[in-house]
Write a protein that binds this ligand. Structure first.
Ligand SMILES: [Zn+2]
Length: 88
């Protein structure tokens, strides 16, 4: 059976979904339209951050994948459960 989507198309879809999602891979809330929350983004090496500014179809998917692999080896920031530490 042939896969319906190529790996490249799957990467693009995942990227779109990650961008639309309001929750980062680490569980923190993030800005929609951004691939990661600020804490994760700040942890990325500068060349990866810069690569994430590329458009989907122009290198963003690859950058996203590299960033995910990089962040997978990094413990995400402590999730704030229940009691929210929100400034009011
Ligand atoms: Zn995050």
């Amino acid at each position: 059976m042939k896969p319906v989507l190529t790996q490249d198309q799957k990467d693009k879809l995942e990227c779109f979904q990650a961008l639309k999602n309001g929750t980062c891979r680490c569980g923190a809330a993030k800005q929609t339209g951004m691939a990661f929350c600020f804490a994760c983004w700040r942890h990325l090496p500068e060349n990866v951050r810069r690569a994430l500014y590329q458009r989907i179809g122009q290198g963003f998917e690859a950058a996203c994948r590299v960033a995910c692999e990089y962040l997978a080896a990094w413990p995400p920031p402590t999730k704030k459960q229940g009691k929210e530490a929100v400034c009011k």
